[in-house]
Write a protein of this length. Structure first.
Lengths: 348, 348
DNA sequence: ATAGACCAGTAGACCGGTTAACTAGAAGCG
DNA sequence: CGCTTCTAGTTAACCGGTCTACTGGTCTAT
């Protein structure tokens, strides 16, 4: 069998190329790196040999010497979540533009798994790590990463850690969303979903409370429900809310995914989002505009977030001592049908 | 600045560990690979040194010698597509289970970009490549990959190429879908979406035609529309279809994403899927069941596909000379609301 | 007593590139 | 003409592991 499916043919190395071109290994290497020191004639001989032998450059071998792998690790909770998928897509394309490869790994929101994955990434010798830390990640662990490679954090902000990070403007987005609901006449507004430990959720919850109080509305803890970030989480939460003695008439949701669950839960309860009940999400994933009814949501450009994370990473690699940057992507409310009907007449 | 954000601290190597433990580099290496030849006492000394120095194993260096990188490349059109996201997720987790890392790259359905990416992957020295080739990919190019690493193809089947591949059962899924529509009384059934060059689309189109003819229905070329695999593609296609002198009353769509676009197009035209018009998708992405109305679709388990691709890859790496495998994942029709109302009375 | 097996560990070549330091020959220069 | 400078390469150490072949010592069998 001359060429079996998985047989790795004996590698053609730079040495083979050099011999074929009658030059030293060093010269061949210089040709490949476009070093002007080599004459046109010699260069051509080497390039011809490369073609003739079908030589493939071995970045892995080179990186051993250069201490640069041109590889960035991306660690997220899961890819199937549309927000993460967009973020991944943005990061991948920004990195690919600069000839960096993306190594992807998922934590499933499991701290122990995250620890394992970080270790693997460091062993794979990535130049940098873009990490959306799972809840409960210690600052120490992040500090440790930074002793081995560059680090860019996505989402949570760790105070007291000199790391670049990207995030959305949770505060401003939340204020806009909650004020809009109040302006529409809603007063019993629930805050739905997200892991209780998540620092992102805590920031949004905080802004939610501030905004309500600022408008003279009392905060009811029974209306604040945490949950996994899944449709199921939103579904169950709204079920719980509707069973309250005084149920809310609006929900500001931790994410679009939660909001979809809430809308499904409303439908199951015979209610309709945008008519009987106002729903706002967060993220503006592609589905948000296409859902029925379309979802009012805080637009946060996950793709842009991924691109920005990649940019910060490339900058950090280029100048390790540059001052830390904390890039907050602006967010703004996109009003759609899920909040369309004002509730000025209803006593809720 | 003792520990700047991106500063790479001087690496602790195996040599440092060995010196600290008063053994040779070779012994330290043997300890790390759990070689029983080393006594418990020595082993412990080495492990202590590892801890004390904060040593991190360098897989990259090792792979130079072992010719194994424990890295698999995944090349797909784009991650943001939910089908691809699920596939990626499945592949990643199956590979991670066996301590393989996933390097992700996207082609945006651009042949030239695919060529560049394949080259980069080979230079990164991946152990294998899982590839969903863009339309127009030459068998030669694939053959060339196979001279450097293991290859698993996702989706198209290249005849005359001895490569493992995974795919869905396009034929059976299509037959089920079209027969179901006919059984519901539909006779003018459109085939909507997908790139004309795609071999997957050609297989489905073929089965669609066969099924219609088998039921004594004439195939109308005007009802077969190709398009990009986006919602926009489906939207535009259905617009075109509704403007025909004899518009169809049902659409069998190339993918769920197309079907969503079709449903949006119907809504824009004042029609409702599942009532005025039957819509069937392909893939059964998570959104399908949650859309309104929920989408009847051919379930194809993209996550399972990704897992299977990973399995085939691991098997191929383990035994390069194993016979080629062509794994067709069964598909079946999941009936939901988008086709719920039979159209037995309408003369279409 | 002695050959052979076994044990615990070591020396050093090796993987495939990069790069600092060196060199032979040609050109420049007063 | 002799000295420096430049050009176009070459040599060999190096990156951080792995692994084959070897060693010196102890144990067992004859």
């Amino acid at each position: 069998m001359p060429n079996a499916p998985g047989r790795r043919r004996k590698q053609v190395t730079l040495k083979d190329v050099a011999e074929a071109a009658n030059v030293s290994k060093a010269t061949a290497s210089l040709v490949l790196s476009n070093n002007p020191r080599i004459s046109a004639a010699t260069r051509q001989r080497v390039l011809d040999a490369v073609d003739a032998l079908g030589y493939v450059y071995n970045q892995r071998a080179a990186s051993l010497r250069t201490q640069r792998s041109y590889t960035i690790g991306l660690i997220i909770t899961d890819v199937s979540n549309p927000f993460s998928a967009e973020l991944t897509s943005g990061a991948e394309s920004a990195l690919a533009d600069q000839d960096y490869s993306l190594v992807l790994a998922t934590t499933d929101d499991d701290l122990e798994k995250q620890t394992r994955i970080i270790r693997t990434m460091l062993e794979r010798d990535v130049d940098g790590l873009i990490l959306g830390p799972v809840a409960g990640t210690k600052t120490d662990a992040l500090q440790n990463i930074m002793q081995h490679c560059s680090l860019v954090l996505s989402n949570p902000y760790y105070e007291g850690l000199a790391a670049d990070c990207v995030g959305m403007d949770d505060e401003n987005g939340t204020v806009q969303a909650v004020e809009y609901l109040i302006q529409q006449g809603r007063r019993r507004i629930a805050f739905v979903g997200g892991y209780a430990t998540s620092s992102t959720r805590q920031r949004r919850l905080h802004s939610y409370r501030d905004t309500l109080r600022g408008q003279g509305i009392q905060v009811d803890p029974a209306l604040c429900i945490d949950s996994p970030v899944t449709r199921r989480g939103g579904y169950d939460a709204v079920h719980q809310l509707l069973n309250l003695a005084q149920p809310p008439s609006a929900a500001y949701c931790y994410s679009d995914v939660i909001a979809f669950g809430v809308m499904l839960g409303l439908r199951a309860a015979g209610l309709e989002a945008g008519k009987d009940f106002a729903v706002i999400g967060f993220d503006d994933v592609p589905e948000a505009s296409l859902w029925h009814p379309s979802l009012t949501t805080v637009s946060a450009d996950p793709r842009g977030l991924g691109e920005m994370a990649a940019q910060l990473m490339l900058r950090r690699i280029a100048s390790p001592d540059a001052p830390v940057r904390r890039e907050i992507m602006p967010s703004h409310l996109v009003v759609r049908d899920s909040t369309r009907t004002p509730l000025s007449s209803l006593s809720d």
